[in-house]
Design a protein around this ligand. Structure first.
Ligand code: ZN
Length: 284
């Protein structure tokens, strides 16, 4: 096997929102927001996913009220071949070949497919996992915050490796103001970067060398790379609904914007940005 880490960015469904929700300079027009995932191949650790996007499990988890409000507020489109477990099969990879799923955070659009990967271990920040566990039995509060605990496999806790104790290693100086990453595999190839504000603990992923270029998967730290690069925040309403801590969110947003402006060679990939996704695919 090649010693190179490879990264493909795949869409597992999408929802529609007003464009101006992600970019307050955007149009008052409905636009698709893809649920993007990273499919990573590591020379020793094998196949790894960064998030799972949407899956059929989301529809089961949102059949009853109040969870049904989730799908009413965020209408999801998921063509039959688009759930990640089907897409990877089309690439010749069995769902059982996915050995690790790195979870950016526990909102439904990032974890809906966890049950589709029975052999995978999970990596996430501890505070974010504890948050969704505390929401079990608090159905309204969970739903209004975008959390659907029913999406977690029954044995989730036993398969979880908390990222927090991983060795902190310095990031390259050009990633400033981000200073360190959590060495998720112990070889410096995949570095978890805390991106606080959007959720209780959001884990970005910096890949120093994804087939010859650095990639930075930033989940929901921003929704539109062009807006973040220009320093335009999401709409106030979107921030109010979907940020756990507004001050931390703004700071993380500024930090991602600084990297976007200064380092065009870094593929900065928000989970829901069509623009960044298409640019990355074009360059592959
Ligand atoms: Zn989110």
């Amino acid at each position: 096997m090649s010693r190179t880490v490879t990264l493909q960015v795949l869409r597992a469904g999408w929802c529609r929102h007003l464009e101006c929700m992600a970019d307050r300079g955007g149009r008052w027009a409905s636009t698709p927001f893809p649920a993007l995932c990273g499919l990573i191949r590591h020379p020793d650790a094998g196949w790894i996913l960064y998030d799972t996007g949407y899956s059929e499990h989301l529809f089961h988890a949102t059949q009853a009220f109040p969870e049904r409000l989730y799908r009413t507020a965020v209408p999801v489109q998921l063509p039959a071949q688009e759930p990640m477990h089907r897409q990877i099969k089309a690439l010749g990879i069995s769902p059982g070949d996915i050995r690790t799923v790195i979870i950016s955070h526990f909102h439904g659009d990032h974890i809906a497919g966890l049950k589709d990967f029975p052999e995978a271990d999970f990596i996430a920040l501890g505070a974010d996992h504890q948050h969704i566990e505390r929401l079990r039995g608090h159905r309204w509060r969970a739903t209004l915050g975008g959390h659907l605990p029913a999406l977690l496999p029954a044995d989730f806790s036993a398969r979880l490796r908390v990222a927090d104790p991983c060795k902190h290693i310095p990031l390259p100086a050009w990633m400033a103001p981000f200073e360190y990453g959590l060495d998720l595999l112990g070889d410096g190839s995949l570095l978890g970067v805390p991106l606080p504000g959007h959720s209780e603990g959001q884990l970005g992923l910096f890949i120093p060398d994804a087939q010859g270029r650095p990639a930075f998967l930033v989940a929901d730290a921003c929704w539109s790379a062009p807006a973040c690069r220009a320093g335009r925040l999401p709409a106030s309403l979107a921030m109010w609904f979907s940020t756990h801590h507004a001050g931390q969110y703004r700071q993380t947003y500024q930090h991602v914007g600084a990297v976007l402006r200064r380092e065009p060679a870094v593929a900065v990939l928000p989970s829901h940005c069509t623009h960044a996704w298409e640019a990355f695919v074009d360059e592959q």
